[in-house]
Design a protein around this ligand. Sequence first.
Ligand SMILES: *[C@@H]1O[C@H](CO)[C@@H](O)[C@H](O)[C@H]1NC(C)=O
Ligand SMILES: *[C@@H]1O[C@H](CO)[C@@H](O)[C@H](O)[C@H]1NC(C)=O
Length: 335
Amino acid sequence: MLTFLLLLPIIVPGTVLEAMLPPAVASHALHIFLTLAFPNSMAVEVTIYAALDDVIFATQQQHTGEIVYLRPWVHPALPESQWEYLHDLFKIYVHNLILLLNGDAKQHHEPYPFVYQSVTGCDLHSNGSYTRFYRLSYNGRDLITFDVDRGRWENLEAGKVATRIATAFHDFIGFSVTLQYLLNDTCKDHMKKLILSGKKDLERQVKPAAVVFARTPEPGRLLLVCRVTGFYPRPVSVTWLRDGEEVPPGPELNSTPILPNADLTYQMRSVLAAAPRDGHSYACRVRHSSLGDYSLLLHWAPASPKPQHVAWIVIAVILAASAAVAGAVWWWRRR
Ligand SMILES: *[C@@H]1O[C@H](CO)[C@@H](O)[C@H](O)[C@H]1NC(C)=O
Ligand SMILES: *[C@@H]1O[C@H](CO)[C@@H](O)[C@H](O)[C@H]1NC(C)=O
């Protein structure tokens, strides 16, 4: 049985909001994703996209190789000459990578189809530290990684493919040094310029919508569900209050991860296990940066006796009264 109770959220001032949300200094990430799918030795499908934090801002057209700017603030962030340089660099890199990976597969009779995926980029953490990385996977398994500080390629698994590709990358003239340079300096520089240019888009605030409802998976078990959706940015705090006190983490609490919606907002749900008619009051509290110092508070109340019950009682009383009157009339006539 499913009971569904939709409640209008009540906005209440929050006092400990600051403590619940991530630190004011935001962390940022600039990552580039490349997928090379080889259906056979004669063909390859290339997919490239670049993301700043969770915003995909650029991709590459498969046939023309042109960079497609997906947000209006991307192209103005860097001078035209820099975009041309990046475009040429990427063209050479992808071209050589395809030759290298396909050549290795042909020479060593690795079975087709197979997929290589690389992720590279840099992260600026809220404590001010800066990290960068390059990882390559083969058919979904991590294969090799780049030690940027030492300029060395390392195997992430013991297989022959990993050893061969790490050696080939090491021998790929200029690759390691160029990658070090790009990750040491260029990535950080471009990240900062893109953040500045896309500030309005990246700092977008979209308020969450929330509903509370109950499920009864079996008699004697009540699951209270708080579903929160449509918010941006990602960080959110969803807690349950029992008689006004926050329910601490434990086996009765269960939350989904924060999941993306299709429109670059996020959703999550938090489920609290309770006993039906346990006499407690429950509420779900949602805190999010878009709400400022306020939080959403959604009270849950068990469904009250259904109106139909009242109607049946009225009908029964009327029927009983009619029967009594009819009986009285019949008895009076018989006299
Ligand atoms: C900064 O934060 C990152 C990510 O949370 C962490 O890996 C790193 O160790 C921290 N560095 C310092 C100096 O605290
Ligand atoms: C990149 O930085 C590392 C230290 O973090 C340094 O060893 C290396 O020489 C630098 N390489 C380039 C090309 O900037």
